[in-house]
Design a protein around this ligand. Structure first.
Ligand SMILES: Cc1ncc(COP(=O)(O)O)c(C=O)c1O
Length: 401
């Protein structure tokens, strides 16, 4: 957990998928390829959105307002109230919500107003669980803030250990990215964990950026949310914003539609920043998004598909590769130590059976001791239909044993 140097563009901002393409370049797949490297829901685009898109097609001819249309903010507020009953009627569509072009650009750009909140801070840091979603590292690098990577490994139940962090580090913190359910491990931060993170954010006055884009992809119980926890504890959203999107929930990664919600002071300064620096959400996309946030049947259908895929993984993998069913998200995080580590296993699988998996090291950063918590792992996305998922996992077991 030692802070790292500030010039990080080359070191940290590297696309895992570009690295995978480089790793496998020139290698022939051993069978017809199946790509399970990308967390892109397949074949779940809900048909009922078509007429809305058609109805609003001509609005592609207008620049959209950065703040979004009121019906979208109201639909999101209503969804939050249904998903987290304690928040029903507590989210103000006017001051608590901004639309995003998918959560990624918001997670990236939010670092700037977070830094602006604490202009006097010397040597500011941003806290990032390790492994992590690469946009957090890109944000740190772009803003010139030192990322501090917090191990989130099997030993810490795949969540960062908050008690291991020194108060002097929290004093220098501008933001803490917390992903729950997490990518790639599928760990879920419970209410107590979230409450502790929120209390720390308030005590040391940094922003908690809760990345909840997998909040609707779960196996048993719906995961707790940062906003419901914040409100439940103190009836306030101070120092907390949650990011979510339709990409995973509604199977619409290509729509590029999400939102950020929470702390009204932060939302106000983020809005001012976004008004000159960030992409607006196209108006037809906003109208389609209203419909998608207002319907849950298609979300349940998506969840049913992922549950079926996890049942297939249970049956085929058993106890192999340290497999355990994650609480949330749609990834397998499999230990490949016995097969020479994640990179070696990715190459073996591609050459042996045409299954394209992502080496875990590409989703993580080496710590000061040189240890990368992803080195032993591969990530497998269960985003295909059941037959394709079964075929991919069967091939993996046949190739690796
Ligand atoms: C952890 C995490 N956060 C954010 C995103 C961004 O998703 P989107 O921009 O499509 O909402 C992803 C996408 O894969 C992700 O895995």
């Amino acid at each position: 957990m030692t802070p790292r140097p500030a010039n990080l563009l080359d070191e940290i901002v590297r696309s895992p998928f570009a690295r995978l393409a480089f790793l496998l370049e020139g290698l022939a797949p051993g069978a017809a390829p199946i790509d399970v490297s990308l967390g892109e829901p397949k074949g779940l685009v809900p048909d009922f959105l078509g007429p809305t898109l058609q109805e609003h097609l001509r609005e592609f001819g207008r620049y959209p307002p950065i703040k979004g249309i009121a019906p979208l903010r109201e639909a999101v507020a209503a969804w939050i109230g249904r998903r987290y009953p304690i928040l029903k009627g507590r989210i103000d569509a006017e001051s608590h919500i901004l639309p995003l072009n998918g959560s990624r650009e918001g997670l990236f750009s939010a670092i700037f107003p977070a830094c602006a909140r604490k202009p006097a801070l010397e040597r500011p840091v941003v806290l990032i669980p390790n492994p992590f979603y690469q946009a957090y590292g890109a944000a740190a690098a772009a803003a010139g803030v030192t990322p501090v990577f917090l191990p989130a490994t099997a030993e810490t139940e795949f969540l960062p250990k908050l008690d291991a962090i020194d108060a002097s580090l929290f004093q220098r913190t501008v933001a803490f990215y917390l992903c729950s359910p997490s990518n790639p491990q599928g760990a879920v931060a419970g209410r107590a964990f979230l409450a502790r993170a929120i209390a720390l954010a308030r005590r040391f006055d940094f922003m908690l950026f809760a990345d909840e884009c997998y909040s609707e992809i779960y196996n048993d119980a719906p995961p707790a949310g940062a906003l419901e926890t914040a409100y439940g504890e103190t009836q306030s959203f101070a120092n907390v914003v949650a990011f979510n999107s339709l990409s995973k929930r509604s199977g619409l990664p290509g729509l590029r539609s999400g939102f950020v919600a929470g702390d009204p002071d932060f939302i106000a300064s983020f809005l001012r920043f976004r008004n000159v620096a960030c992409p607006q959400v196209p108006l037809p996309v906003q109208h389609v998004s209203v419909k998608a946030w207002s319907e849950e049947l298609h979300v349940e259908e998506g969840r049913a598909l992922y549950r079926q895929n996890f049942a297939i993984a249970d049956a085929i993998l058993g106890a192999r590769y340290g497999y355990r069913k994650p609480q949330g998200s749609f990834f397998l995080w499999l230990n490949m130590k016995a097969f020479g580590g994640g990179e070696r296993a990715a190459t073996t699988l591609w050459k042996g059976c045409g299954v394209r998996v992502l080496p875990g090291a590409y989703l993580a950063q080496a710590g000061p001791d040189g240890t990368n918590p992803g080195t032993d792992y591969i990530r497998v996305a269960l985003v295909h239909d059941a037959d394709t998922t079964r075929e991919a996992l069967t091939r993996i077991v046949a190739t690796l044993g």
